[in-house]
Design a protein around this ligand. Structure first.
Ligand SMILES: Nc1nc2c(ncn2[C@@H]2O[C@H](COP(=O)(O)OP(=O)(O)OP(=O)(O)O)[C@@H](O)[C@H]2O)c(=O)[nH]1
Length: 591
């Protein structure tokens, strides 16, 4: 009996131990990876020699040796892939909307070099064992390749357990090719085919008259197939398989925690202005990263926030949530891994789905990185009462999800109007701190109470599946206000608005520009909610805006190589006429 059991136990141990070692080495600091890769390549050379050396040995020891060498050769494939050295030409996440053959094509490009390396190595192992009596090394390589392909396809098509905890941060982009669902149509075929193959191999081991080599070789290969089938089952059964390699995961550094502050608010309310204040008051010793997401192809906010001691990371075009959700989670993770910030300030676009953004931050991938979470919503005092009537769903969500509401542009309203706005906001969110501000400046110490309130509980509690369910009505545990607001908070993406942008060539005449801005605010080019831009004039750079229905211009300190540009956001915007109007502002062309 032991002649059958020993090879199976040997296969079990080598499979479990080598998998754990690869996971452990992956989790070590990045600086160790090149040494791991070098060591693994030396092991590969040694194991290829071993495969060749044992290929003529048909003793029981020869079968064990060939099996072990074949598996060691395969481990180079795993190490080089998960360390990120041999993956593919595409090293970025796939956007959420990408699907079908296009998505499949991206998945192939993400691991093309890896697949070609497997084929090349299989050819080398095949050549080394060509016409030799001991082919166990080749067989084990082929079995691992087959099961690896099958597992990859199944994870791509959809399984319950994606085992994402094993994917190191440096290849986190691979997660965008994983699909979570209970089962896929390929799975039964994979299992059936592999099980038939395992039965055939075991039959050869148990055949009457089989010698020691045949028994050991076939039991080893059969056991490896059986283990790979078990791994397949673990993809769909509700069993936490990660526990098997908990020791391997110990090398992973604890998630880097940071304080996250979201500055929300409608288009032009004064978010960027408020963020500039926050940055000016920030502790310079505290590394801060600012994440902006303009609703427009040519962003302006990042330009306005640079040069204030923080790293500014710009998410291109679009609403920060919905269309970018999976992408956003991966982008935030890689940003945190890259900068290891103490504080992250996020300015979503004025029409972003704030609830979905919170869903991403509460999600499994990011939860551990969120030390404290604060949402400050900025409202435009000059237009709030008018805006509330026509967009109450969006403003309700922004106010109800906030810990603090900043009534900005207090200079534009009377004391009575300010009180009416305050009253409305208290009614919408009785727990929020409501503070008036002018140009983002609140009275000293007004927000200090919030800084000490990490809302840790609400970040943790009941949020485990938030990322999967952020689009369905649901409540987060913990803080009642957020929990309740979240149920109603989702608003139609972008409220039917579109954005238009253009690069402004030449030097701009401020008088002509002022006329265009006045006309835009007056509705001459459609329902334009927001215009923002920077332009070069004869006397220097200016930034210009239409926000809350009011045009404005101010001096702007441009950086070297800055590009003059304008963005307009609204509904039924007459882009053609708007372009002509901005073109006409050019007083002369640059030399
Ligand atoms: N009168 C007045 N204008 C302000 C105040 N705060 C900001 N502004 C102006 O309002 C306009 C919009 O300000 P931003 O800070 O860019 O607004 P935003 O919310 O970041 O805009 P988007 O990112 O486009 O949504 C700019 O022209 C600011 O100078 C204020 O307190 N009073």
């Amino acid at each position: 009996m032991s002649q059958y059991l020993s090879p199976a136990l040997h296969a079990l141990f080598v499979w479990w131990f080598s998998t754990g070692v690869v996971i452990y080495l992956d989790g070590l600091p990045r600086r160790t990876h090149r040494w791991t890769m070098l060591g693994s390549t030396l092991v590969l050379a040694f194991s290829l020699y071993g495969v060749w050396y044992s290929s003529g040995d048909v003793s029981v020891g020869g079968a064990y040796a060939a099996f072990t060498y074949g598996l060691l050769a395969w481990s180079w494939i795993e190490v080089s892939f998960y360390l990120g050295y041999v993956t593919g030409p595409r090293k970025e996440t796939c956007a959420d909307g990408c699907s079908g053959w296009r998505h499949f094509g991206h998945a192939i490009m993400a691991s093309l070099w890896h697949e070609l390396a497997i084929l090349a190595l299989a050819a080398v192992v095949g050549a080394l064992t060509w016409e030799q009596p001991n082919q166990v090394g080749l067989w084990i390589f082929v079995v691992l390749w087959w099961m690896h392909q099958s597992a990859k396809l199944n994870v791509f098509l959809g399984v319950r357990n994606l085992n994402e905890e094993f994917i190191p941060d440096h290849v986190a982009f691979l997660k965008s090719f994983f699909t979570k669902k209970p089962m896929n149509l390929l799975f039964p075929f994979s299992i059936t085919l592999s099980t038939v193959a395992a039965v055939v191999v075991f039959q050869r081991a148990f055949a009457v008259g089989a010698d020691g080599f045949t028994v050991t070789g076939n039991m080893s290969v059969g056991a490896m197939l059986a283990l790979a089938i078990l791994e397949h089952w673990l993809l769909v059964l509700p069993i936490p398989s990660a526990a098997l390699w908990a020791w391997g995961l110990r090398s992973r550094p604890a998630a880097h925690e940071c304080d996250i502050e979201i500055v929300a608010g409608f288009l032009g309310a004064g978010k960027t202005t408020f963020m500039r204040r926050l940055l000016d008051q920030a502790n310079p010793a505290q590394r801060t990263v600012v994440l902006v997401n303009d609703f427009g192809a040519l962003g302006v906010d990042a330009t306005l926030l640079r040069g204030r001691g923080a790293e500014v990371v710009e998410l291109p075009n679009g609403c920060i949530c919905c269309s970018l959700r999976k992408d956003l989670s991966a982008q935030l993770l890689s940003m945190i891994a890259r900068y290891r910030p103490a504080r992250v300030l996020i300015e979503p676009s004025g029409v972003a789905d704030l609830a979905a953004l919170l869903g991403v931050l509460h999600g499994r991938d990011l939860r551990a990185c969120v030390k404290t979470l604060r949402v400050s919503t900025v409202v435009d005092a000059g237009s709030f009462l008018r805006d509330y009537g026509r967009m109450h769903a969006l403003l309700d969500a922004q106010v109800q999800l906030a810990h603090a509401v900043v009534i900005n542009k207090a200079d534009l309203v009377s004391a009575a109007e300010l009180r009416a706005i305050e009253h409305t906001l208290h009614g919408l969110n009785p727990l929020a701190l409501v503070v008036p501000a002018t140009y983002g400046a609140v009275r000293p110490g007004a927000l200090d109470a919030l800084a000490a309130d990490p809302h840790r509980d609400e970040t943790d509690a009941g949020a485990s599946e938030a990322d999967e369910t952020a689009h369905a009505p649901h409540g987060h545990g913990g803080h009642g206000r957020l929990a309740e607001a979240h149920v109603h908070a989702h608003v139609p993406a972008a409220l039917g608005m579109t954005s238009w942008s253009m690069v402004l060539s030449g030097t701009c005449d401020p008088a002509l520009l002022d006329e265009v801005l006045e006309a835009t605010a007056g509705g001459a080019f459609g329902e334009v909610e927001r215009v923002k831009g920077i332009a070069r004039t004869r006397d220097g750079w200016i930034r210009f805006d239409v926000a809350g229905g009011r045009p404005s211009m101010a001096a702007f300190a441009a950086r070297e190589g800055e590009e003059a540009r304008v963005v307009a956001i609204g509904r039924r915007v007459d882009q053609h006429r708007l372009q002509m109007a901005f073109d006409a502002c050019a007083s002369e062309t640059t030399v």
